[in-house]
Design a protein around this ligand. Sequence first.
Ligand SMILES: Cc1cc2nc3c(=O)[nH]c(=O)nc-3n(C[C@H](O)[C@H](O)[C@H](O)COP(=O)(O)O)c2cc1C
Length: 241
Amino acid sequence: MSDAGDRFQRETKYDPARMPGHTLDWQAKPEVYKEYPEADKIELPGFEPTQALSLEQTLKQRKSIRDFQGKPISKSQLAYLLWASTGIQRVEGGYEFRTAPSAGALYPIETYLVVNDVKGLEPGIYHYSIRAHQLERLRLGNFGRQTAAAALGQGMCATACVVFIWSAVFERCKWKYGQRAYRYIYLDAGHIAENLALAATSLNRGTCEIGALYDDQANAIIGVDGIEESVICMAVVGIPV
Ligand SMILES: Cc1cc2nc3c(=O)[nH]c(=O)nc-3n(C[C@H](O)[C@H](O)[C@H](O)COP(=O)(O)O)c2cc1C
């Protein structure tokens, strides 16, 4: 590998003597929601955890889970996990804000699912429509093994109930922050992943984040180009053994 990371860290530093002085082009502000208008829509049921763990218990209990019982999670639990990781939580001043913070409220991260075993949902690839709190069905089929192969052979992608795949639409954040945006994009994805981990733990479900992946194989699974939009990381969710 080149020294691209070292150069990136150096060249994207903020320095009081050399601050970028550009003005924002509001006409060119990218849309913060991606939608698949042609896709079949699946309504997500409401879900209020009745016996969720407290935050303190959740923090004590969260750990990476890689082995799962071969039992499905429910669609309502999945709905809760989607909302808890990146759903809309309030509207202020006409802006929709989400459960996880985002630099400049630019929300560059998209959520896709590889559904292996969720009650009431056919296996396949889905996109989470955040604004509508719906799933958009992109492709039906069993993609667990392909996802495991894209994750350097990590079999948990095939044995989990569902794999969350998070991609970034880079321009949403670059519009304001230029190359420094990449710092914030990775942080944004981390916040979402941790929200998912805590929400899942609070329901006695297990997660493991996955950063080891063949980028373009993961991009192919969700059908993104790896340039304008590219996979950042993934997480498996299932019922711990
Ligand atoms: C960015 C990131 C990438 C990770 N990638 C993987 C991975 O590809 N495979 C894996 O088994 N665990 C992965 N993990 C999980 C870590 O190995 C785990 O969080 C760490 O060992 C600490 O253990 P704990 O989560 O149980 O506290 C990743 C965690 C993070 C935050």
